[in-house]
Design a protein around this ligand. Structure first.
Ligand code: DC
Length: 228
């Protein structure tokens, strides 16, 4: 493997397996995994805690200067999110925070606030970064761009299984409706909507298990980096 710095952008709707797969690939290739959704979740969590309506852009923009987001990595390579110095890694995963994250992420000032932070991370070392606009906006020159997707029913089922494993089961119908709503919000917002970059490789994981999906992604990455 060469020592050059490279970047891999992974975009796609929620529940397509982006974070699980990107994490595994980062470990395999010994590069940094950056979960950009967690950064939006951290802002969403702050807004939630302030009791602000996340669609009220004026109020959200007003509190941005009070927010300091840091990303630190524990020895096992896990990304931890710090909000004004406190570790919020777990709490930002609560389902109600997903909607807050989605709403605040539609505000241009919020995206601008986070853009440099994301670009800086990729300047310093090789990264695999996942999100919605990584290949289109954050890292338009990424060496590898992957658009990871799967059928919405399958994504809802996977999300439900995660919730069951965490001991917080929900009804399938509810999870599916939220997934459909979030897909709509993420693809129809005016700024940096979720869309496939023209030079992205599309990988559909609807009928692939974890190992098969990982192998498919590693194959795309190796080919795009000219390693075989
Ligand atoms: O990937 P996730 O579900 O943790 O992301 C939470 C929300 O953040 C998602 O609804 C859309 C938004 N997001 C974004 O707008 N741009 C990114 N690069 C990553 C996430």
């Amino acid at each position: 493997m060469s020592n050059r710095i490279y970047s891999i952008a992974v975009d796609g709707p929620s529940g397509a397996g982006k974070s699980t797969l990107a994490k595994a690939i980062a470990a395999e290739r010994n590069i940094l995994y950056v979960d950009t959704g967690a950064i939006y979740r951290t802002i969403g969590y702050y807004v939630f805690r302030c009791g602000i309506d996340p669609h009220d852009s004026f109020r959200v923009i007003n509190v941005l200067p009070e927010i300091h987001v840091d990303m630190v990595y524990s020895e096992d390579g896990l990304q931890h999110m710090l909000l004004n110095g406190s570790d919020v890694t777990d709490v930002i995963r609560l389902p109600e925070i997903s909607m807050y994250a989605s709403a605040v992420s539609a505000i241009p000032e919020v995206r601008a606030f986070l853009l440099d932070m994301q670009r800086d991370l990729a300047r310093r070392r090789s990264v695999i970064m996942d999100g919605r606009d990584i290949g289109t906006v954050v890292l338009p020159d990424a060496d590898v761009k992957i658009y990871l997707t799967a059928d919405v029913g399958k994504r809802a089922r996977r999300r439900l299984n995660e919730l069951i494993e965490r001991g917080t089961p929900r009804r399938y119908e509810e999870v599916l409706q939220e997934m459909i709503q979030r897909d709509w919000d993420d693809t129809h917002r005016e700024i940096a909507p979720l869309r496939e970059a023209e030079d992205a490789i599309r990988v559909d994981t609807s009928d692939l298990n974890f190992e098969e999906s990982k192998a498919a992604l590693l194959d795309v990455i190796r080919r795009r980096l000219g390693e075989e």
